[in-house]
Write a protein that binds this ligand. Structure first.
Ligand code: SF4
Length: 95
């Protein structure tokens, strides 16, 4: 993050893909998914640490891409597909 133009999201993404570290890169889509699933305010600072906790210590890059794809296809911003969502039973969202 000391490099010019490298922010936290980019630094975390590199870390995930290089070392498979158990951290998450939280963009607006991951934030939305975590917020809805756990019923946490999307503005909460804790979202990043929650996402880190969810991320496995191995295959964290696969987990990161799964969260991004899931948020883009199923848990979309405007019309989430809750009726066909495989994690609906455990989701805390009130949509
Ligand atoms: S049930 Fe709906 S809000 Fe919850 S994770 Fe699935 S798509 Fe998103």
């Amino acid at each position: 993050m000391e490099l010019h133009g490298v922010g936290e999201y980019t630094a975390r993404s590199v870390l995930i893909h290089v070392s498979e570290a158990g951290v998450a890169a939280v963009d607006v889509n991951v934030r939305r998914l975590v917020s809805r699933f756990l019923g946490v305010d999307s503005d909460a600072k804790a979202i990043k640490s929650i996402a880190d906790t969810l991320s496995p210590s191995d295959r964290s890059s696969d987990f990161q891409h799964a969260m991004l794809d899931f948020a883009a296809v199923v848990c979309t911003a405007q019309s989430p597909k809750c009726e066909s969502c495989p994690i609906e039973e455990r989701c805390q969202a009130e949509i």
